[in-house]
Ligand binder design. Structure first.
Ligand code: LIP
Length: 303
């Protein structure tokens, strides 16, 4: 029997809520957190905890039972693999980040979420982003809208975007990738700050994208994020009327295609998003173009 995406969402949401209880329990206990941080000698700014691993195992094993024919990709299993690559095929694939915002989790900064996205033919079609600390459950299904705690997104019907100076940007500096990448990230933040405008950081790509989906901020951009940070939130943001693209026009895409209609490479490690606007795609393309022109790009190995 073929399940509808709504049925898949319902079953998966129950798994994510249970996983959320584990994350919340650990978040409340400094003892659990302090004893669970594992040193990644290769990069001390890219943390992993035993809780990340436990939650990923729990979600993997639960989804395997519920959807035996679907493939699974998770942050911790990919990091531990030899190739370190995310392979997306035509087969339905769960893309999971057990804790997005691990550094926040370790410090007790409450922007921490579980991300579960379903990708079919390389397109994200269903997404769940759950912050059990703030009790915010974001869900989205391609073509069916997105919601926070069952309220339709966007929650905030913003005024039209008039000029970049009035915009609220979100970006992240992420974990240390190298001096060149760091200089570019800082230059990009500075470029928006000197518009002048204001820039925020929450420490979690999925939480940032959900703010854009809510309508609480206008743009989000980041270099260095991974497929598992993005997959679920991409559906939620698109379904709220927002747009998700890369830092550059993808190769082979005709110049007549508006930015807002460009395809997005989930494995490309760079993201630029704009919220939904009442003026529509033309206007989103114009504003995205203005922001993209200000963003410096850099080479970074894809997932
Ligand atoms: C985090 C991302 C965030 C980035 C952090 C980190 P993690 O994911 O969501 O946007 O700035 O460096 O990569 O590692 O907490 O799952």
């Amino acid at each position: 029997m073929e399940l509808s995406l709504e049925e898949i969402l319902q079953k998966t949401k129950n798994v994510v809520i249970k996983a959320g209880e584990k994350v919340k329990e650990a978040f409340k206990s400094r003892e659990i957190i302090n004893s669970s941080v594992e040193d990644k000698e290769s990069n001390p700014t890219d943390l992993v905890t035993a809780v990340d691993k436990e939650v990923e195992n729990y979600i993997f094993s639960s989804l395997k039972v519920l959807f035996p024919s679907f493939l699974l990709v998770g942050e911790e299993t990919v990091s531990a693999s030899e190739s370190k690559k995310v392979i997306l095929t035509d087969t339905p694939t769960w893309v999971i980040d057990p804790i997005d915002g691990t550094m926040n989790f370790v410090h007790g900064f409450p922007f921490v979420c579980i991300c579960v996205g379903l990708v079919v033919k390389k397109e994200p079609v269903l997404g769940i982003v759950y912050n059990p600390i703030l009790d915010e459950m974001y869900t989205g299904i391609k073509g069916k809208g997105s919601f926070m705690n069952d309220k339709k997104l966007p929650l905030i019907q913003n005024t039209p975007l008039k000029s970049l100076q009035r915009c609220l940007f979100i970006t992240e500096y992420g974990y240390f990738l190298g001096q060149n990448e760091l200089d570019i990230k800082v230059a990009n933040a500075k470029s928006m700050l000197s518009l002048p405008s204001q820039v925020r950081s929450l420490g979690s790509c999925a939480m940032d994208m959900c703010q854009i989906a809510k309508g609480s901020a206008d743009f989000y951009f980041e270099i260095g994020i991974h497929t598992w940070d993005l997959a679920a939130a991409t559906v939620i943001l698109r379904e709220s009327g927002g747009v998700v693209v890369g830092y550059k026009r993808p190769k082979g895409i005709d110049n007549s295609i508006q930015i807002a209609d460009e395809p997005f490479d989930l494995n490309g490690r760079k993201v630029l998003c704009i919220r939904g606007v009442i003026e529509g795609k033309e206007y989103q393309s114009k504003m995205l173009g203005e922001v993209r022109e200000r963003l410096k790009d850099c080479e970074i190995e894809s997932d």
